[in-house]
Design a protein around this ligand. Structure first.
Ligand code: CTP
Ligand code: CA
Length: 231
């Protein structure tokens, strides 16, 4: 019953969140991955449930417990993540915090690739579907508020503003994932984050905070933007 949502300002709303990395298979024992821990996305799902929403969390492979009161759908690849997101619609709010692999192997070998003493293998890549852009550009059944993330190592605001326009989402949560970000130990895999919220109205710089504090602030901002609960 808790999975249907609880009391709170987001009661009656369905919030969809993506989190974690994706794993893109090369052969039965190898994959392409990235350093995402899923901590920020999972914290957002937990905060939305805390605020009374019904929450679906579509997560790539992570070492985190399922957040309380959240329906978790586990996937591995970007294509599986897109299918799970589409199956979870309709949603009132969709937040795309996953670090989706941009590329996958063009061909997945059905057997383990072997050293055969000859030429080194080459890995041909192909582009993955853009889950955020696919959902943000839906004509029918687009969530009322679509929020993306932007992981940048330079020109954070300019790149994130361009991403917001290109993908057609409403807000972008931009973070600097470079080693020079000022977050000790770095953002990816760490427990804290320093973000800028980019909306149609402009850029808000949020102070450095724990990933749960950033999540709570984002949910408060969503509540303020989406108005009082539906009756
Ligand atoms: N995203 C997605 N599907 C993809 C790639 C990205 O849904 N195949 C989403 C991420 O979850 C994030 C946003 O798009 O919310 C931006 O991701 P990011 O990697 O910063 O942007 P890209 O468009 O992939 O551009 P690049 O990596 O080249 O900066
Ligand atoms: Ca990317």
């Amino acid at each position: 019953a808790r999975l249907l949502g609880g009391d709170g300002p987001l009661k009656g709303r369905h919030v969809l969140v993506t989190s974690g990395p994706t794993h893109e298979p090369i052969d039965p024992v190898r994959y392409i991955a990235n350093r995402s821990s899923g901590k920020q996305g999972h914290a957002i799902a937990a905060a939305a449930a805390q605020a009374g929403a019904r929450v679906t969390l579509v997560s790539g492979p992570v070492n985190l417990p399922d957040p309380f009161g959240v329906e978790v759908c586990r996937v591995e690849s970007a294509r599986e993540m897109l299918a799970a997101v589409e199956a979870a619609l309709p949603a009132d709010v969709a937040i795309f915090a996953a670090a989706v692999a941009d590329w996958r192997a063009a061909r997945e070998a059905s057997e383990k690739m072997k050293k055969d003493g000859g030429a080194l293998p080459t890995l041909a890549l192909t582009e993955n579907p853009d889950i955020l852009a696919t959902i943000a550009q839906r004509v029918e059944g687009r969530p009322g508020l679509v929020i993306g993330f932007a992981a940048e190592t330079q020109n954070v605001v300019a790149y994130a503003q361009a991403k917001r326009a290109r993908k057609g989402c409403d807000w972008i949560v931009a973070n600097d994932v470079s080693a020079q970000s000022g977050i000790p130990g770095g953002v990816m895999g760490g427990d804290s984050n320093e973000v800028r919220l980019i909306t149609e109205a402009g850029v808000e710089a949020w102070p450095p905070a724990s990933k749960s504090e950033v999540a709570a602030r984002l949910i408060a901002r969503i509540i303020a933007a989406t108005g009082p609960e539906e009756t």
